[in-house]
Design a protein around this ligand. Structure first.
Ligand code: DX5
Ligand code: ZN
Length: 218
């Protein structure tokens, strides 16, 4: 089954609570929260207090995508704030195995995010340690960018790798996902789809999420 994960990066922050209820009522499965530090990526967003605020208004799982250097220092704060899933970028973690263990010990499901240029080989020997892999289909930092086509081939190769190493792991894709791009990434093996602008920049979240789900499950 497809999981649709609206990214609040494109939500209206003057009424975040209302936006969260709207996507929840429209059938969203997870809430994706993009944390950026202005160092690993050229943009700055929000931290644990926004995760805590989201936890108060939605019962959906909170999926925290850490685009930050030295994530291990602040992971406990995100766990305490109510994160259900936390992904760290392989590019920021010299001790990735240890960081995944840290996340799991805090009672949170760990995932690894990979930039478009990062090879799958960096997760080969830790694939059994993760609950999900996030394939970035844009360069992280901003919403509303164009989908990078080579992500499809990468997702196919990841499906093969996980079939051998960890068949229970979820493949998540993030960046440029909309009604036109979702079908091909679903066919390649992704089952969790992050979408920011394609959801929040439309007038009717019910219609949009239903259309995404239909295209993903076709
Ligand atoms: C990009 C973020 C994405 C972003 C996706 O760095 O990781 O989650 O919100 O935005 P769209 O869906 O607009 O490409
Ligand atoms: Zn993201």
């Amino acid at each position: 089954m497809a999981h649709i994960a609206p990214s609040i990066l494109s939500a209206d922050f003057t009424c975040l609570g209302k936006e969260l209820s709207a996507v929840e009522n429209a059938g969203a499965d997870w809430i994706h929260i993009d944390v950026m530090d202005g160092r690993f990526v050229p943009n700055i967003t929000y931290g644990p207090i926004i995760v805590q605020a989201c936890k108060r208004v939605t019962s959906l799982p909170l999926d925290v995508h850490l685009m930050i250097e030295k994530p291990e220092a602040i992971i406990p704060d995100f766990a305490k704030a109510g994160a259900d899933y936390i992904s760290v970028h392989a590019e920021t973690c010299p001790h990735l195995h240890r960081t995944l263990q840290q996340i799991r010990e805090l009672g949170v499901k760990p995932g690894v995010a990979l930039n478009p240029a990062t090879p799958l080989s960096c997760i080969e020997y830790i694939a059994d340690q993760l609950d999900f892999v996030l394939i970035m289909s844009v360069n992280p930092g901003f919403g509303g960018q164009k989908f990078i086509e080579s992500s499809i081939e990468k997702i196919k190769a990841l499906s093969d790798l996980l079939a051998k190493k960890n068949p229970f792991a979820i493949i998540q894709v993030d960046g440029g996902i909309n009604a036109d791009t979702i079908a091909s990434v679903a066919r390649a093996g992704a089952s969790c789809f992050v979408a920011g602008s394609a959801i929040f920049n439309t007038p009717d979240y019910n219609d949009t999420i239903a259309a995404l789900r239909l295209a993903a499950e076709r």
